[in-house]
Write a protein that binds this ligand. Structure first.
Ligand code: ADP
Length: 259
């Protein structure tokens, strides 16, 4: 049965000339949310009016990354009002709609409905919405593709074979729905030992770049495995927001996204 609430949301949508870019990955834990938050910040610092949507129903981590944990959005005229993060980026996360630590065990229609509410919120003058998707190719991705028609997808993968195979599946889903692949980002490539400075590659390196090349998609950049990125993310101060060296890569990737 069609979900009545969903239909209402789709019809009242006011997002006409606002672009929606999704950040996806084949599997979890590859740094998709980290990349989405840092790219949003880098784009904002470059003058783009960005809004951030956290659609990861399995592990909404944007409230932690953007330091808005525990905040609750208000609604006006049946529409959610995004929360203002300290980085000048309005945002909404499924994590803002449930109690901290509460499992989100929603079936397809409910997840689709929640996603619709996040996208059709009062985004004001935001010209670009960046949506952090759940990993894989499930209900939320389908709902996103079918109802909200993103203008492009950025795929995050580690350099490892298994992650890449999963990433290829995610790419296939976007292809089938004619969502253009903006490019691939390789995360967790190369680890520099803080003690001796030697670089090792726990997940290999270059895999995502090679995959992008063989599939004919742009390769947007490589982010090293760096303990400073993990610490800054956990502290709600994504590296792209500070002048930290480890934030530079995100600004470079954001510049490529704007081209
Ligand atoms: P996903 O959204 O794909 O599930 P996250 O962005 O939540 O992944 O990242 C998973 C964990 O890995 C987090 O603790 C995050 O801080 C950490 N992380 C992500 N990218 C890096 C990196 N380049 N270096 C170090 N830690 C990272």
């Amino acid at each position: 049965l069609p979900d009545v609430a969903d239909v209402r949301i789709a019809m009242t949508s006011e997002k006409k000339d606002r672009r929606l870019i999704v950040v996806g990955s084949g599997k979890g834990g590859v740094g998709k949310s980290t990349v989405a938050a840092n790219l949003a910040i880098a784009l904002r610092q470059a003058g783009v009016k960005v809004g951030l949507i956290d659609a990861d129903i399995y592990g909404p981590s944007q409230p932690r990354l953007m330091a808005t944990e525990g905040e609750r959005p208000h609604a006006e005229d049946q529409k959610l009002i995004p929360i203002d993060s300290r980085y000048g980026i309005p945002m909404l996360s499924l994590g803002h709609l449930v109690k901290p630590g509460q499992a989100i065990a929603w079936r397809g229609p409910m997840a689709g409905n929640a996603l619709g509410q996040l996208i059709d919120a009062q985004w004001g003058d935001a010209e670009l919405l960046i949506a952090d998707l759940p990993p894989g190719t499930g209900d939320v991705q389908l709902s996103m593709i079918q109802k909200h028609k993103p203008s492009g997808a950025v795929i995050v993968s580690t350099p490892q074979d298994l992650a890449l195979i999963d990433a290829t599946r995610a790419i296939d889903l976007f292809n089938q729905a004619n969502v253009p692949i903006i490019g691939l980002i390789e995360n967790m490539a190369g680890y520099q030992c803080p003690h001796c400075g030697e670089v090792s590659d726990p997940f290999g390196t270059g895999g995502a770049e090679a995959a992008a090349k063989s599939m004919g998609y742009p390769f947007l950049g490589r982010i090293p495995l760096d303990i400073a990125i993990r610490k800054a993310s956990d502290a709600g101060t994504p590296p792209a927001a500070s002048n930290a060296a480890e934030g530079r890569t995100f600004h470079e990737i954001a510049a490529r996204l704007r081209e």
